[in-house]
Write a protein of this length. Structure first.
Length: 334
């Protein structure tokens, strides 16, 4: 075919779709079709994780609303504008880092689609921020026992909740990975039962099921009538009102978060605890017992051992032990 006979159509001449135009930020509408295409390409074509997409969308829309109010167009945005914008954000430094990452990737796509000439975010540095220990409080063994003791063992919903909490306690998993478990993810491999988790970032791992967890899961599944007939069915399901019955719907991570809060309040435990507290305790306890950092890192499915160390609360205990030995200089008890 003679290429000279083919019509030449530039990207800018391509007609814009009207379907999602009402959902576009005003700054994107003003920048034109190339900018709109790059906006949707980045958020919906490149980001597969729904939580990341939601966080990035919020960060980008917030910035776009700001430049629109400043009467700036996308191609006009400079590094100084970006710096000025970050000065207006009254959020924690880690959140600012997330906002910068979102905007940096966003502008990369704007440049690729010729909606902007340069990426003004790439030369704006993050504020320095060092973390040696995470903020999530650990749940002590005593508190965990108190929590499990408060759950009704003969109640179907109680059996479900106990099974969810036991999986959290004995696998070191994130709540999202537990919510994604299906019937097929509990499987027998030769000599032992394992749970196959689908973690964030598309990573997979298998964790052996210890004997007591196996009993808890069996009691729950038998009471709920869950068998291997439908392997793609959710392992943990929502309740039907207050009828002590389960539906066929998946229990989401938000559902499990709310269940956890109800349970700890009923058990008289601190409201600062979260499902992630089990993960902190699992990692800290294993390190206390001399399990290697590499093995604990593999269990937690962390790509970097520095992330695993953030969950280690041994330093806090050592620090408290040291300060208690400081001589008393004043009668603070009054």
């Amino acid at each position: 075919m003679n290429e000279e006979l083919l019509p030449t159509v530039s990207f800018a001449q391509t007609p814009a779709r009207k379907l999602s135009e009402s959902a576009l930020p005003d700054a994107i509408k003003a920048a034109g079709h190339a900018s709109a295409f790059a906006y949707e390409e980045f958020l919906f074509g490149q980001i597969r994780n729904k939580h990341t997409r939601r966080a990035y969308t919020h960060a980008i829309k917030r910035f776009l609303d700001w430049i629109y109010k400043q009467k700036l167009s996308l191609p006009q945005v400079t590094p100084k504008d970006v710096s000025d914008y970050f000065e207006t954000l009254e959020i924690a430094i880690p959140s600012k880092k997330l906002h910068r990452a979102a905007l940096n990737h966003f502008f990369d796509f704007q440049v690729q689609r010729h909606a902007a000439i340069l990426n003004p975010v790439s030369s704006v540095r993050n504020e320095r921020y060092e973390v040696h220990e995470g903020k999530t409080p650990e749940i002590t063994v005593k508190e965990a026992k108190q929590l499990f003791k408060s759950i009704e063992p003969l109640n179907l919903i109680g059996l479900r909740d106990r099974a969810i909490l036991a999986v959290l306690a004995y696998s070191g998993s994130r709540i999202g990975a537990v919510a994604r478990l299906k019937v097929k993810d509990l499987l027998f491999e030769g000599e032992q039962w394992v749970l196959s988790f689908n973690d964030k970032g598309g990573k997979h791992r298998k964790v052996p099921v210890r004997h007591d967890l196996q009993l808890v899961l069996r009691d729950y599944m038998n009471a709920a009538g869950i068998d291997d007939s439908d392997k793609n069915a959710p392992l943990f399901r929502t309740a039907v009102g207050k009828k002590n019955q389960l539906s066929t719907d998946t229990m989401t991570d938000n559902d499990m978060q709310r269940m956890f809060k109800r349970r700890i309040l009923r058990a008289g435990l601190p409201g600062t605890l979260s499902p992630h507290s089990f993960r902190v305790t699992t990692i800290t306890t294993l390190l206390e017992q001399g399990v290697s950092l590499e093995d604990v890192q593999n269990l937690a499915n962390h790509a970097d051992p520095r992330t695993t160390r953030l969950y280690d609360r041994r330093k806090r205990k050592i620090t408290r032990n040291i300060v208690e030995r400081i001589p008393v200089y004043a009668d603070v008890e009054g």
